[in-house]
Ligand binder design. Structure first.
Ligand SMILES: [Zn+2]
Length: 121
């Protein structure tokens, strides 16, 4: 994954998503990346960062709290996910609704996500 100073990026905060959101890359160090938004800044490892083009949101409300169906083995004791179910539908935990279409790509619809985050501050 390539990172650049000034790039907008999504931080998936491992602390139960407490500070997850869109940040701007301030500096790139050997082991971590300094990111900031209008609320805070943090030094985070690269595996916690997601490019906006790899992120999806609900087309109705703009929430990132969406889920897709997965296949897992019937016979294994642990539910190891083997593949996504490719049926173009998702569940939004914010709307509490199943939508029968593919969710919106955040990179192509960044303003809708910013509206959602501003409204839900
Ligand atoms: Zn929704």
């Amino acid at each position: 994954m390539i990172f650049q100073i000034g790039q907008q990026i999504y931080w998936d905060d491992p602390d139960d998503g407490a500070a997850s959101g869109i940040y701007t890359i301030q500096s790139i160090n050997e082991d971590d990346i300094l990111i900031s938004n209008k609320y805070s800044e943090a030094e985070v490892p690269t595996h916690e960062l997601i490019h906006l083009d790899d992120l999806y949101m609900c087309h109705e409300c703009g929430s990132l709290d969406i889920e897709e169906k997965m296949w897992c083995s019937i016979n294994r004791k642990t539910n190891v996910i083997t593949d996504a179910v490719d049926d173009d539908c998702y569940f939004c935990n914010t709307c509490n609704e199943i939508y029968h279409k593919y969710p919106l790509n955040v990179g192509a619809n960044i303003n809708k996500l910013k509206d959602y985050e501003q409204y839900n501050d």
